[in-house]
Design a protein. Structure first.
Length: 319
């Protein structure tokens, strides 16, 4: 069954932090983009990736930030965004294998992410590539801006350098948005391509002589027993359940709102759930139950407050 393209909530932090640091009306922008306000409290969970990229469009239009993706990308904490992936990436012997492993593991953070490595015919260069997430038409310009800098910063983290690409492919034709991008001042850029891609010489990709990169693993060893983050579900009901767990404390979690958030009609949502033998109210109850457990463990929380926080209009329905 077709899943919903999900992205981990932690990947929204750079975009939200930029808004807050620059005095933008963050809360109203999130609400306009149908993103849960729980993100302001660094919520854990998954949301539809489409909603994050929709936010980028809204910010670019409402705040006049046509280079919003570039501005956010300049300040990213690449190691922090990689999170639990780092310990597995540092086990790889070359830059090429690190990037290839990243292309596989990234789906733990973004279920439908499209990253891959290709090699030139003569074998002298490799390309670190990214395609659009299938089915998402919004925010593509700003998403590409951000992802380009993310990809470059990943290479720089691994090589421990200010490595500068010599050639880049971009899908956009909007050259104006990149006019102040320092990264592009020192390389050849081909616009209007079918992928976002960064050229890496084979002699760099096929080696890795950077003790600092491998030292990252030793600093993580004390946290190796930490619980692994859950991965995005691969079925429709499972991915919808994960979305509801993050949105359940919002003002409205009715079926029409949920359908709009995940990008289908209410009838289609019901039909897909019915094929899996489920109803929408079952998923809502399950999401409320999961969210209630940590709240009820806190003895300072009253039952009636927990009930209202989870969206019950009548606390008696919760007890």
């Amino acid at each position: 069954m077709e899943n919903i393209a999900l992205i981990h909530a932690s990947q929204t932090l750079p975009f939200i932090e930029y808004l807050e640091q620059n005095g933008c009306p963050t809360e109203s922008l999130l609400q306009k983009g149908r993103l849960p306000l729980a993100l302001l409290d660094h919520a854990d969970g998954f949301l539809p990736e489409k909603q994050l990229w929709k936010l980028l469009d809204i910010v670019a239009d409402d705040e006049g930030l046509k280079d919003y993706g570039l501005q956010v990308g300049k300040g990213i904490d690449i190691q922090g965004l990689l999170g639990g992936l780092v310990s597995r990436l540092t086990q790889q012997p070359t830059l090429h294998s690190v990037l290839d492993t990243f292309c596989q593991l990234v789906k733990e953070e973004s279920s439908d992410a499209q990253f891959w490595i290709s090699t030139s015919v003569d074998g002298k260069h490799h390309w670190f590539c990214r395609g659009v997430v299938p089915g998402i038409q919004v925010g593509q310009r700003e998403a590409e801006q951000y992802t380009l800098l993310f990809m470059v910063e990943l290479i720089r983290l691994v090589t421990c350098s200010n490595w500068q690409p010599q050639r880049i492919h971009l899908q956009t034709n909007d050259m104006i948005a990149y006019k102040d991008c320092e990264l592009l001042n020192y390389c050849d850029v081909d616009f209007g391509q079918t992928r976002t891609a960064i050229e890496i010489p084979a002699y760099i990709a096929n080696s890795l002589d950077n003790p600092a990169w491998y030292n990252i693993q030793s600093t993580l060893e004390t946290n190796m027993d930490a619980p692994k983050l859950k991965e995005p579900a691969k079925d429709f009901a499972g991915s919808l359940s994960q979305v509801l767990e993050l949105y359940i404390q919002e003002a409205s979690t009715d079926i029409n709102t949920a359908a709009e958030i995940v990008g289908v009609s209410a009838r289609t949502l019901q039909r897909r759930l019915a094929k899996e033998g489920l109803g929408y109210s079952q998923l809502v109850d399950k999401a409320r139950f999961k969210n209630s457990i940590p709240l009820l463990k806190d003895k300072n929380n009253k039952l009636i407050d927990v009930a209202y926080d989870l969206g019950y209009s009548d606390p008696a329905h919760f007890s």
